[in-house]
Design a protein around this ligand. Structure first.
Ligand SMILES: [Zn+2]
Length: 301
């Protein structure tokens, strides 16, 4: 991970990509959101991010619709697309691996998938999913991928990004060693306080990355997500939340903030069932999600 800004790519390259992107793009109503003004910059795309979620890599046979071993080939295809498109940084939105019975086996799954994932981009970010810390403890997962914190923020080209961790039980205990129910996802008070302070400290428009959903109150939702949303809304800086966990495309808008749920890479067999995307934040605050395979195209502002 680096904190340096990526160099701008030529404008013509970007325009070509944008023209392609607009064909078949779902256009959604713009919300009047009091976001910080974006400073002038060359080119339309300020930042382009590679996004994947719910890879569930494991060296075990398929179960139901989940084809664990095929994730390696699907991620290889995504790697080629990210190289072609050019990305400034790479984010996985959780459930990078699937559960195993032992720490050693889970670590082996993690080493295998991270060999491919970490070769894509030096500037990469891992959101903890419930399956990432089923047997492993958080510090074991993070230690293996070389990330120091489970929640933190960073800035790239005038955009603020926040990685959240909802892998806590209602009593505040962090997930690990099979000590939790997957439906008991919470953002503890310490993290809420940190989030409020972090958002108060930035003047940049902000994107949130989460695993469990912040927009629904069913089993896939963070139990106290109304508290999280209140902080996001009152900051006036958050453009969108990108999340995974429920494995299907979805998009909601609540109080001017877009909650975009990305499709899971592990679902279904064969390359046609892959799913990944690049996400661009434009100078005017418009967000484009260029979806590949099962991932929906999105455009909102
Ligand atoms: Zn998952």
């Amino acid at each position: 991970m680096t904190d340096s800004h990526s160099p701008n790519r030529p404008t013509t390259e970007r325009l070509g990509r944008r023209a392609l992107l607009r064909n078949g793009t779902l256009v959604l109503g713009a919300a009047a959101l009091p976001v910080a003004a974006l400073p002038a910059a060359d080119g339309d795309a300020r930042v382009r991010i590679g996004l994947v979620t719910d890879l569930h890599y494991a060296d075990k046979p398929p179960a139901g619709t989940r084809h664990y071993r095929e994730t390696l080939a699907k991620l290889a295809e995504a790697t080629a697309a990210f190289k072609r498109e050019g990305i400034d940084c790479l984010v996985e939105l959780g459930d990078l691996i699937d559960a195993a019975e032992t720490v050693e086996t889970e670590q082996r799954y993690l080493r295998t998938i991270n060999r491919t994932f970490s070769a894509i981009c030096d500037d990469r970010h891992y959101v903890l999913g419930n399956h990432c810390v089923d047997t492993l403890k958080k510090e074991e997962f993070l230690g293996s991928v070389g990330q120091s914190d489970s929640y933190y923020s960073f800035d790239r080209n005038g955009v603020h990004f926040v990685v959240l961790d909802s892998c806590f039980r209602a009593d505040g205990q962090p997930y690990g060693r099979k000590n939790f129910q997957w439906t008991d996802a919470n953002v503890p008070q310490d993290e809420l306080d940190w989030l409020q302070e972090d958002l108060a400290g930035t003047d940049n428009p902000t994107i949130i990355f989460a695993h469990q959903r912040l927009d629904v109150s069913n089993n896939h939702g963070v139990k106290n997500n109304a508290d999280v949303r209140k902080i996001l809304e009152s900051s006036g800086k958050v453009l969108a939340v990108f999340q995974g966990h429920s494995h299907q495309n979805d998009l909601n808008e609540i109080e001017g903030i877009h909650y975009c749920t990305l499709v899971a890479m592990v679902e279904g067999s064969g390359e046609e069932n892959n799913g990944y995307s690049t996400m661009e934040i434009q100078r005017d605050g418009t967000i484009h999600v260029k979806g590949f395979r099962k991932q929906a195209q999105r455009e909102f502002a």
